[in-house]
Design a protein around this ligand. Sequence first.
Ligand code: 7RM
Length: 637
Amino acid sequence: MSYPYQIKSFEQYQTAYQKSIEQPEEFWEDIAQHFTWQKKWDKVLDWEFNTPKVEWFKGGKLNITENCLDRWVATQPETPAIIWESNNPHEASRNITYKALHQKVCAFAQVLKNNGAKKGDRICIYMPMVPELTIAVLACARIGAVHSVIFAGFSAQSISDRVQDAQCNIVITADGAYRGNKTIPLKSVMDEALVNCPSVEKVIVLTRTQMAVSMLNGRDCWWDEEMKLVEEKNDYSDKAEVMDAEDMLFILYTSGSTGKPKGVVHTCAGYMVWTNYTFVNVFQYEPGQIHFCTADIGWVTGHSYIIYGPLSAGATSLMFEGIPTYPDAGRFWEVVEKHHVNILYTAPTAIRSLMGFGKSPIEGKNLSSLKILGTVGEPINEEAWHWYDENIGKENCPIVDTWWQTETGGILISNLAGVTPSKPTFATLPIPGVQPLLVDESGNELLGNAVSGNLCIKFPWPGMLRTTYGDHERCRQTYFSTYQNLYFTGDGCLRDEDGYYRITGRVDDVLNVSGHRLGTAELENAINMHSGVIESAIVGYPHDIKGQGIYAYVVFGEIHTDEEHTKQNILKTVSKIIGAIAKPDKIQFVSGLPKTRSGKIMRRILRKVAEGETENLGDTSTLLDPSIVAEIIKGRL
Ligand code: 7RM
């Protein structure tokens, strides 16, 4: 087996790119024909950015799980689909073949049906990184239910907001999760969330930690018991629901510059083609290789490059339950050695954190199986790039720097491993089908090379978001209204003298903390929930390991006990409202915020102070009370 659309040389890349621009419909039609369809599409593409309307392969009928499972069961049933490595290095790993995964997915699909699930229902998944999470995701897709996976680090409040927004009727969770030396009580967090979610009728609970949980009569049931019912009687079918190409596949919530997180919607066919095409080409996957993406399935990277991209390509995907530093900072390298990993895809923040432990965790680890390395989630700095290249790749593995977003479904700008040139800190060139464009503040296109501006995309690609769940206007507003007829990414970008792209980071009020997206408005709302807080402003500042740290300026009423205690209480509030990932790194109490006469917070000043700049703060003459700036500088942390 090989992939007829796998690009093997720079010349082939250039030819493919050219064709994808000049004849996009013919280009994608050629690729789409290599998938399993129950009926071919009537029209390859229909689009209009201002609405926005984007439809790929309209009229086509398929089920993505037939492409991820059935077609491989037919040709390579004994190939491992998933290799699972536990958080606990002493617990046995698991090896799940395509045949076994197919069987489990079909059985769990029946469990969902037995619990009232139907095509189009929204199902919330809040689970640890165990194979059953992948089984749950694929079982939803099998019956045409829309999955909404929520990262297991989110709080009850965050879950509740998301479950209500999507009006989920079923929840799939576990008793608890292991994460390093911690045990997280998933079910009890979920119980708290569901107090405010009347739409939820059934909760299916997997046993992972065997911690005590409360089971609500009539609502809650055990994964294992439900599976036993269908498996023992063999009472399930292997028939997949027939889906339209543009039927919803999943919702994934992501933070933006305003309000609560939005439910980004992806649909069946375009997303499938995009994750598969980018997986095969960016990582140059060859049959038999072991692909290890270290992301959590709670984020888009896990959806696209642990589940859908690899499985739609018949690949072997390694799923790791743990964290890079448990039981020690050699864990990734141990996993690579143990499972003979060929492709390692991780985040710059993980690389920087492991860099800090020096070379000893790597010594004695056999990393010779590694062929290709990748990074994702945030800009990578030169030092981390070289450390990765020298110590992990032994200067022998191409590194792909993959730029993309939850909204893009899959990778948009990246080198193709060993096929197109790489350049440290540069995502380099667009994937075929992607038409990037840089604009200045007023939306004028910046032509030629050696220019910096805001990154936009001017033509649809199959994997792009279709809407934000329940609020199409918000989708238009957020992504398609800043610049006419363009998709706006929210990122700043340089195109260098050679035409290579380097993404420099967000230009909106979104922070990227350890590769996790957090909106400043969302963070401020959480802090303001603390009863003593009058108001707050959040900015990012450069952080050696996290990329960006969270700096909070807080106007507090009366501090009754000591400041440290009050800070701890604020951190607790943020954990409760969003989750531990959102806890500020620094909290500075101030008597007021720098505001203009019209009441707008001047974040530019706050950002500069947080970055350590105290001299050139720019024009402060429009401030209502310029004296506040001196106080803020004086109290800087
Ligand atoms: C996949 C993912 C998206 C934001 C995006 C960027 C930043 C992602 C890179 C990057 C520089 C990269 N989805 N980003 N990849 N910046 N180089 N290779 O991360 O929705 O969670 O975040 O992440 O700012 O807009 S995401």
